[in-house]
Design a protein around this ligand. Structure first.
Ligand code: ZN
Length: 491
C-alpha cells in the first residue's frame, strides 16, 4: 500500500486531470495524480470510500487504477478545487478574465517560466515552459482564444485592433497574494496571434539564486570565481546559449560586489532584467542604435566606476573598449555567446581584439548550462552499466550508483523537478596565455583544460553532479554532449 500523498505539493499534468470530467471529480472527490508503471494513480480523501472507487473504476474502465489517500483532508479539498476550478464546471472558463486567472494560478503552481498561447487551425494551445521544457496545459477553441488574447492585450495596454504587427508590453498582477510581473510579446502567425508571457516573480526559489553561494558551484569553482571578483581590475566573462542561466550568475556576482557598499558599480543592459540594489543600471537600446553598448560604455567610464557590468558583448568595438578599460583599473563583468569557456578567448580574437589584450586582461572564462534535477520523490539509484562506466571513466568492476528518473504526482510525471547549473571554468594563467598567444584553437585549449583540470570542464562538473544525484546522464547528453562530444576528442 502506498503512503498517503501530500496534496499541497502535487502537480498533476493536464493529460492526467482530463481523465476525469471536472464535475465528476469534484462531486466524488477524486484527483488523478500521475501514471506510475502503467497504472493511473488516483487520490481519494478516503480509500475505503467504495462508492468513489467504483465510480472512478467505471470511468477509467480501460486502465488499471491504483488508489492512494491524501495526508490532509483540507489540503486535498484545496488541491481538488485548484485543479478542477468552479469555473471549469460551470463553463465559466470560457470567460477570458476567469481563464486568465486560472492560467496564472496553474503557471505559478507549476513553477512555469513562460506561458505560450499558440494558435492552431482548429484550437489554440496554452503551453507552459517548466524547467526549460514546453508542456501543453490546456486547449481552447479559437473563439475563446481570440477573446483571451484580447483580454491579455488590454491588461498589457497594447493596441487590441492591431493584429498584424508584433507588440510588447507588461502586466503587473497579483496571484495568490504574490506580486507577479509579466513581460508580454505578441507576434502574428497564419492562425492568429501567438502570445508569450514571461513570468518575472520573486518566488522563494528565485530569491535563493540571488546569492553566489547557492548557484550550485563546487568549492573549487566558487573559490576561483570569488578570487576573480576580488581583483581590483580585469575581465570575467560568462558564456552559454540563451536560457543557460548566465544572467542569473552575473547578477549574483554583482550583488556580491555591491554588498559592502564601498564600490561604484554600473551596469549597461539591454533590457534591464531586474533591479539590483547598489548598482547604477543603464538601459541601452541596441536595436534602435540610439544608445549602443559601446557608446554607453565610453560615457560610463568617464564616471569613475570600480565595476562595470555589460549585459552582452556582441561586437568587436564593445569588446575592445571593455578589455581596454580593464587595463586602466576597472573590473569588467560580461557575457559572450560561445559553447565552451576556451571559446571565449578565441571568440574575442575573432571579434578583432588583439590577443595580447585578451591575455593581459581576461582573468576568468566561464561556460555554463542548466540541467534538470531528478524529482526527489520518485528518483531511484542504480549501478551504472559497463558501457556507461567506460564512457565516463568510472571503474566498471565497482560501478557507482547513478540516479534513474521515473515520474510521479509531485513532478507532473516528468521525473524532474527544478534545475541545477553546471560550470566550466578556465582561469587565465601563464599556460593559458601562452596557448592564446601561440594562436591555438578552441579545440586545442579545450583539450588542454581537460588534461590539466578535468573537474573544471562542463563534462567533469556534470559527471560529479550525476554522482551527487543533482542531475542525470540523460540530461547531460541532451544539453551538452551533442555539442562537445561525449568522451571523444573532437571538442
Ligand atoms: Zn516525481
Amino acid at each position: 500500500m502506498k503512503s498517503p500523498v501530500d496534496t499541497s505539493r502535487v502537480r498533476p499534468s493536464h493529460e492526467i486531470l482530463s481523465l476525469l470530467p471536472a464535475k465528476t471529480a469534484r462531486a466524488i472527490g477524486a484527483l488523478p495524480l500521475a501514471t506510475e508503471e502503467g497504472k493511473v494513480v488516483v487520490c481519494l480523501a478516503d480509500r475505503t470510500d467504495f462508492a468513489a472507487v467504483e465510480r472512478v473504476e467505471a470511468i477509467l474502465a480501460e486502465r488499471s487504477v491504483e488508489f492512494v489517500e491524501a495526508q490532509d483532508p483540507d489540503d486535498f479539498r484545496r488541491a481538488l478545487r485548484e485543479n478542477y476550478p468552479d469555473a471549469a464546471i460551470t463553463g465559466d472558463l470560457d470567460n477570458p478574465e476567469n481563464l486568465f486567472a486560472h492560467v496564472m494560478r496553474r503557471a505559478l503552481a507549476r513553477n512555469a517560466s513562460d506561458i505560450h498561447i499558440c494558435p492552431g487551425e482548429i484550437e489554440t494551445q496554452v503551453r507552459f515552459r517548466v524547467d526549460g521544457r514546453l508542456q501543453t496545459e490546456l486547449s481552447v477553441t479559437s473563439a475563446v482564444a481570440a477573446e483571451f488574447v484580447s483580454c491579455i492585450k488590454v491588461l498589457a495596454t497594447l493596441d487590441i485592433a492591431e493584429k498584424r504587427t508584433p507588440q510588447d508590453g507588461n502586466i503587473d498582477t497579483t496571484v495568490n497574494d504574490l506580486d507577479v510581473s509579466l513581460r508580454v510579446a505578441t507576434v502574428p502567425t497564419i492562425y492568429g496571434e501567438h502570445v508569450t508571457l514571461r513570468i518575472l516573480s520573486q518566488t522563494r526559489e528565485t530569491r535563493q539564486l540571488d546569492d553566489l553561494g547557492s548557484l550550485g558551484l563546487h568549492q573549487r569553482q566558487l573559490r576561483l570565481f570569488e578570487e576573480a571578483l576580488e581583483m581590483p581590475d580585469g575581465v570575467v566573462i560568462l558564456s552559454g546559449p540563451t536560457g543557460s542561466g548566465k544572467t542569473t550568475t552575473l547578477y549574483a556576482a554583482l550583488r556580491r560586489l555591491a554588498r559592502p557598499g564601498d564600490l561604484h558599480l554600473v551596469s549597461i543592459e539591454d533590457p534591464v532584467e531586474k533591479p539590483v540594489a547598489g548598482v547604477t543600471q543603464i538601459k541601452v537600446d541596441a536595436r534602435q542604435e540610439r544608445v549602443s553598448f559601446e557608446k554607453a560604455l565610453r560615457s560610463v567610464l568617464r564616471h569613475d566606476p570600480d565595476v562595470v557590468m555589460i549585459g552582452e558583448i556582441r561586437d568587436g568595438e564593445t569588446a575592445t573598449t571593455a578589455l581596454r578599460s580593464a587595463l586602466t583599473g576597472h573590473l569588467v563583468l560580461t557575457t559572450l555567446h560561445t559553447n565552451s569557456a576556451p571559446g571565449i578567448l578565441t571568440r574575442l580574437v575573432d571579434l578583432g581584439v588583439p590577443p595580447y589584450l585578451v591575455a593581459s586582461t581576461l582573468r576568468l572564462a566561464v561556460a555554463q548550462r542548466l540541467l534538470r534535477r531528478p524529482c526527489r520523490e520518485c528518483m531511484t539509484w542504480a549501478p551504472a552499466d559497463a558501457k556507461t562506466c567506460e564512457a565516463c571513466g568510472w571503474d566498471a568492476a565497482n560501478p557507482p550508483n547513478i540516479p534513474r528518473v521515473h515520474g510521479c504526482a509531485y513532478c507532473g510525471n516528468t521525473g524532474y523537478a527544478g534545475r541545477t547549473a553546471i560550470y566550466e571554468m578556465l582561469p587565465v594563467n601563464e599556460d593559458v596565455r601562452r596557448l592564446l598567444l601561440k594562436g591555438e584553437s578552441e579545440g586545442d585549449i579545450c583539450r588542454w583544460l581537460r588534461d590539466a583540470a578535468p573537474s573544471l570542464t562542463l563534462r567533469g562538473d556534470a559527471l560529479a553532479k550525476v554522482l551527487e544525484g543533482e542531475t542525470t546522464l540523460e540530461e547531460y547528453h541532451a544539453t551538452v554532449a551533442e555539442e562537445l562530444g561525449f568522451g571523444g576528442d573532437d571538442a
